[in-house]
Design a protein around this ligand. Structure first.
Ligand code: FA5
Length: 349
């Protein structure tokens, strides 16, 4: 349809403008998304729309037609704008209502319980150890897992070439542990006994400490051995300590830890850093299971750390934590501790 010239059919154009507006108002009313509304807006106001074409054509329309067409276009704009705004408000309201519905909290529903973790049996034994000994006045201390040869062996009366070294062979690390150490001097500690040395070097007696931690050995994995396991070390240094104090302390401790019904025995043993030395065993199904080594601190150890063995005596012990947990919870294979099988771990409440 032409929009210029004298034969302009103004009435027909006004009617067409009204139809465009009517169709747009209807489309806006049935829009279900913001994208639908945008499409309606473009169809009416877009550069290539019929209404835009008419607006541009008004420039060349006869003077008497201009106000008539102008009013019709303006009225169409108002109707379309109002319809778009009303529908946009409807859609926003509906979206908000849907969100409120989604986020509605029904306080009468039962809560969702977060699954509660449990302490690993090895952690539990260590914490019980700490509670019992702290109750007796001991302090809990820690030492490094990567140790020097001197702390792990030499100062504990195990010089290079000593046969006990092969029993406690371990992984040697590259790198050094500071001034005066060489490449082969750093190793993964084979027991927690080097913590005794560190404490005695750092503080004067009297001393009462326990030291829990991880230890490493070249042991083959089997039912009762792991190459990585945990120990709790104990050390008491004071005047007039005797083997009776050691035996009494350990007897009391084992009774507290295991309760009645466990057969426990002390037998003579050998450790280079204690003299005399003993081992503690507990009856396990059909045989004795060793859970600890202990003894009176050897004077050579006191000399290595600068404590006068004429003035001070001491006793020390080193328990295997996994072995205690096995006895306590009736576990017959040490490997179960490291497999992270939840069915196993969930049993320890
Ligand atoms: C020692 O490690 C000494 N340091 C203990 C000690 C401390 C003696 C202070 C005297 C004074 P032994 O190698 O026996 O000793 O180990 C101590 C305990 O660790 C053993 O009784 C056992 O319960 C546990 N144990 C040893 N090797 C393993 C292993 N491969 N896997 C699991 N537990 C182990």
């Amino acid at each position: 349809m032409s929009t210029a010239g004298e034969n302009l059919d103004v009435d027909a154009l006004v009617a067409e403008i009204g139809q465009i507006a009517g169709a747009a108002v209807e489309a806006a009313g049935s829009a279900t998304t913001q994208a639908d509304l945008d499409a309606v807006r473009t169809s009416v106001y877009g550069r290539k729309s019929r209404l835009s074409e008419l607006r541009r054509a008004m420039g060349t329309a006869p003077p008497e037609a201009k106000p008539v067409l102008g009013r019709a276009i303006s009225a169409a704009n108002s109707r379309v704008d109002a319809a778009l705004a009303a529908r946009a408000a409807d859609l926003a309201g509906a979206a908000e209502a849907a969100q409120l519905e989604r986020e509605r909290i029904d306080v009468t529903l039962p809560g969702r319980r977060a699954p509660l973790g449990r302490r690993h049996p090895v952690t539990k034994v260590i914490q019980d150890f700490e509670d019992l000994f702290v109750g007796m006045g001991y302090r809990v201390v820690e030492g490094p897992e990567a140790e020097t040869d001197w702390h792990n062996f030499e100062a504990l009366n195990i010089p290079k070439g000593h046969p006990a070294r092969s029993m406690w062979d371990t992984l040697y690390l590259s790198g050094t542990a500071g001034v005066g150490t060489t490449e082969t001097d750093v190793l993964l500690r084979t027991h927690t006994s080097p913590v005794q040395i560190r404490v005695m070097q750092a503080e004067p007696p009297p001393l009462y400490i326990i030291a829990p931690g991880r230890t490493f050995r070249r042991d083959t994995l089997d039912r009762t051995h792991s190459p990585i396991f945990h120990q709790v070390e104990g050390l008491a240094v004071d005047r007039d300590l005797t083997f009776g104090d050691l035996a009494g302390t350990l007897e009391w401790f084992c009774h507290e830890l295991f309760g009645p019904g466990f057969d426990i025995r002390l037998h003579p043993d050998y450790f280079p850093f204690t003299e005399p030395s003993a081992g503690i065993e507990v009856w396990w199904g059909d045989r004795w299971l060793e859970i600890a080594g202990c003894g009176m601190v050897d004077p050579n150890v006191f000399v290595a750390v600068g404590i006068d063995p004429e003035e001070w005596q001491g006793f020390a012990f080193g328990f295997g934590v996994e072995r205690i947990a096995m006895l306590r919870y009736g576990i017959d294979d040490i490997r179960l501790f490291y497999e992270n099988d939840q069915r196993f771990l969930e049993q320890f409440t």
